[in-house]
Write a protein that binds this ligand. Structure first.
Ligand code: ADP
Ligand code: MG
Length: 296
């Protein structure tokens, strides 16, 4: 996922170090499994094999099925502001070899077919657990896959009560920290690298942030990695969105969706889903859900 995963278990674990290390190993294994299933850059991933079979009902693994179904639900909910068929648009901006654009493989052109495709061109058969692409398109689960992996990893660690999973700034916090207090999580300042803009306290929940500073496109004029397909450009109404929710997949997906929607509609989306969140605009204005207004 182009990120470093850190897991911390607080205190002495029941079952001792052996049990703890085995659970951490299983937790990390979920990142590998979600990655090998949902990776858009690996021609052998299940996601890419699905993308190659246009017009066929393709049986999907539970992991891929869940990730796609959730992404399509967020797309529906945001009327396509969030859209997991954003893959072709990402490829045309140089996100075609890796999560970053370090060595993009040009030329950056988007296929005409993929340009017209939307999430409505993906069919989900709940009973048969199949997915069907009605048009040539490139699915991208970058907005939700990390959250899904974090949730699965967290399940492996639940018996330890107090733990933290950090996947490149997207987190799940179990219980309390070593001082017996809720985890205190710093939100990065979107314009001042290395600085925090505020902190939030979390216990038994996820915190995910989408920022425009994270992954720049290959060409400066293309902006960054979160795209508003309604304008065809990078989403510009937010600089960073932080979402708190019981599930990391929900927090991750809603953060990306709220980023595209911008502060007003973004906060409304979070409120509708009972999630907490903070949106910082490029002008460094702060918008938040009702629950997060009483910060200093
Ligand atoms: P990260 O934490 O990896 O920076 P985010 O959760 O902020 O990721 O989501 C950004 C990712 O979401 C992009 O890298 C891309 O894979 C995907 N994406 C970009 N634009 C959209 C969009 N409009 N709808 C759905 N997914 C998107
Ligand atoms: Mg996201």
């Amino acid at each position: 996922m182009g990120t470093i995963v850190t897991i911390e278990v607080v205190g002495t674990a029941p079952g001792g170090e052996g049990a703890r290390d085995a659970a951490i190993g299983r937790a990390l294994e979920w990142f590998r499994r979600v990655e090998s299933t949902c990776n858009r850059f690996d021609p052998d991933s299940e996601l890419r094999r699905l993308s190659a079979r246009v017009g066929q009902a393709v049986p999907a693994s539970p992991l891929l099925f869940e990730a796609v179904r959730f992404a399509l639900a967020v797309a529906e909910e945001t009327d396509g502001a969030f859209d997991p068929t954003v893959g072709a648009a990402l490829e045309s901006r140089g996100f075609n070899r890796d999560y970053r654009t370090l060595q993009p493989a040009g030329p950056f052109v988007e296929s005409a077919a993929a340009k017209t495709a939307t999430f409505r061109d993906v069919r989900v058969d709940e009973a048969r657990k199949t997915l069907t692409l009605l048009k040539p398109l490139v699915l991208d689960l970058g907005a939700v896959a990390k959250g899904l992996a974090i949730d699965l990893a967290a399940q492996e660690l639940q018996s330890f009560r107090n733990f933290a999973i950090d996947a490149g700034g997207d987190l799940y916090l179990g219980g309390n920290n070593a001082r017996g207090e809720p985890w205190s999580i710093g939100i990065r300042h979107p314009r001042q690298p290395g600085e925090m803009i505020e902190t939030v306290d979390v216990s038994d929940g996820a915190v995910c942030t989408s920022g425009d500073y994270e992954r720049p496109a290959a060409r400066a004029e293309d902006g960054h990695h979160i795209i508003d397909l309604r304008t065809g450009g990078a989403a510009v109404d937010a600089a960073s969105v932080t979402v708190l929710a019981p599930s990391a997949m929900v927090a991750d997906g809603l953060a990306t969706a709220a980023f595209v929607l911008g502060p007003k509609a973004g906060i409304e989306l979070l409120e509708r889903h009972g999630a907490d969140g903070i949106i910082i605009t490029p002008a460094l204005e702060r918008f938040s859900t009702q629950s997060m207004t009483d910060h200093e």
